[in-house]
Design a protein around this ligand. Structure first.
Ligand SMILES: *Cc1c(COP(=O)(O)O)cnc(C)c1O
Length: 523
């Protein structure tokens, strides 16, 4: 029953009791239907009047533009409204609970934002003389100290720009260490079946072949399978702890021992550090390298691909292979070490042009200082408590993937409870949008059929969790009562209906291509 609106996008159908007719304009309430900025008929306008250039052509050595520039022309209010309306169609952590598992979408405290905007941090240039940025270097050094203390690791590389970039940093350090030790022939990296996709992707990117480690029925690394696959060709294992099923790897010390016994390194994916921060030090578990997503554990904002920050803590064995630069204090001044000589001569180089994501460092440090050591410990405890509350309150209507025992920071359900209803995990997630909640992570980890992975984080109150749980319980009831239409066509109330997500992922149309660009009207 869906129809197309003026710019060819499907509009809402008329099926629910609330809506008798689709709107005539494609708008919803006060939210107008939004065309691409290029699709608005604004080619003949400019937002500003510039004086005619006095010497237009002769400085440009024949490079003067002859064709139209191809920028849409909108007035300031038109441009402003376009972008504000678009922003209203996005979901954000500042709008509501964002239950994505694995991604850790927690509140970004405004205090952090205030600190990051201080001119002494925000207005720095990365090429400024070091004598003029002593405070910024001190902050990087203090943050590094907190990260090393919280993880029990002796070194940290601050420059990686995200978790995945941190994985790359860790594996490059591992590769450099093996090469320096005459072990460059090692070509394999082991990853559990529940691994986040970035783990095998990073290993392959660095040139390793990836071998899967099986998982036990209770969602942990299968030790027997790990032992069978460990040999002198293995460069490293990559294990997430707590893992992507939301469970602590009970045998993690034995995993480290077995790994080290064959001369391989233990890369721990630390994306879930928020579940154990202040309670467990990965260094005590035998970890050699671990990235810390500041945008997860330490509450800095996730961006559309950035800017994130993924510092990597390193064991004593890997510390000499850390990328440049790092900060040292020589008694009176802070200094960036850029040259890798002496003990660090075989390190692999740099991860990024400058010194890392300064704005994120300030936010993460502000978060640490505002919580204090005891507060960070409580972060982990509350994150785990919230996830277990969700697990406990939904387990009678949905099916937990690992019903026995508590979970860590995320509650994982499978789709066996939907069997026979005609509703899939995808349908259920889409219906959540109609009820005002962003879906949880779906179909990940892959080892759990129709997975629904919910991570509330510590920043949600009991009241918020109850509202979320009430909505999910109501939906679960509707699915079991045979209200299939409510799910199959969902979302009904979102600006856009159900989209072909596979096509969008496989053949993304990222660029608008003009048929013809009308020339700008002469001033
Ligand atoms: C988020 C995540 C990553 C990747 O981190 P980015 O910062 O998004 O690059 C890797 N592993 C796990 C388990 C994650 O949740």
């Amino acid at each position: 029953m869906s129809s197309m609106n003026s710019v060819g996008r499907p509009t809402a159908p008329v099926q629910t009791n609330d809506y008798v007719h689709p709107t005539l304009t494609g708008a919803r309430g006060l939210l107008q239907d939004e065309a691409l900025i290029f699709e608005r008929d604004g080619w003949d306008k400019t937002g500003v009047d510039l004086p005619q250039a006095t010497r237009p052509a002769d400085d440009l050595d024949g490079l003067l533009r002859t064709a139209p520039i191809g920028l849409p022309g909108l007035s300031e209010p038109e441009a402003m409204r376009h972008y504000v309306r678009l922003s209203q169609k996005n979901h954000a952590i500042d709008l509501a609970l964002y239950p994505l598992g694995s991604c850790t979408m927690k509140h970004n405290p405004r205090l952090n934002e205030k600190a990051a905007r201080m001119a002494g941090f925000a207005d720095l240039h990365p090429l400024q003389p070091q004598s003029t940025v002593q405070g910024a270097l001190e902050l990087i050094d203090r943050l590094a100290h907190w990260l090393k203390t919280l993880t029990g690791m002796p070194a940290v590389a601050m420059t990686p720009k995200a978790g995945a970039h941190g994985e790359l940093c860790g594996l490059l350090a591992i590769k450099a260490a093996h090469e320096a030790n005459g072990q460059g022939h090692r070509k394999t990296v082991l990853c559990p079946t529940s691994a986040h996709g970035t783990n095998p992707a990073t290993a392959a990117f660095v040139g390793y072949s990836v071998v899967e480690i099986a998982q036990t029925a209770d969602g942990r690394v299968d030790l027997a399978d790990l032992e069978a696959k460990l040999n002198d060709q293995v460069a490293a294992i990559m294990v997430t702890n707590p893992n992507t099923c939301g469970l602590f790897e009970r045998d993690v010390i034995e995993i480290a021992r077995l790994t080290h016994a064959v001369g391989a390194y233990f890369y721990c994916d630390g994306a879930n550090f928020n579940a154990i921060v202040g309670r467990v030090r990965p260094g005590d578990l035998g970890v050699d390298a671990m990235h810390i997503n500041l945008h997860k554990t330490f509450s800095t904002p996730h961006g559309g691909g950035g800017p994130g920050a993924g510092p990597v803590v390193l064991s004593a064995a890997l510390a000499p292979f850390a990328p440049a630069p790092w900060v040292v204090h020589d008694g009176t001044h802070y200094r960036l070490v850029e040259d890798q000589t002496g003990a660090t001569a075989q390190a692999f180089g740099r991860m990024s042009a400058f010194h890392g994501q300064m704005g994120m460092f300030v936010r993460a440090y502000a978060y640490m200082r505002s919580h204090g050591a005891d507060g960070l410990r409580q972060v982990a405890e509350d994150a785990v408590l919230n996830a277990n509350y969700i697990k406990a309150r939904l387990s009678d209507v949905m099916s937990p993937a690992f019903p026995d025992g508590p979970c860590m920071h995320e509650a994982l359900f499978d789709d066996s409870w939907l069997e026979g209803t005609g509703v899939t995990t995808l349908d259920f997630a889409k219906a959540m949008i109609d009820e005002g909640f962003h879906p949880m992570t779906m179909y990940f980890p892959l080892v759990v059929h129709g997975a629904m992975l919910i991570e509330p984080t510590e920043t949600e109150s009991r009241q918020e969790l109850d509202r979320f749980i009430t909505a999910l319980r109501a939906l679960a009831g509707a699915a079991k009562a045979g209200e299939v239409d409510r799910f199959k066509g969902a979302p009904f109330h979102a600006p856009l209906r159900r989209l072909d997500e596979t096509l969008a992922a496989r053949k993304p149309r990222l660029r608008w291509r003009p048929e013809t660009i009308p020339p700008l009207a002469a001033e």
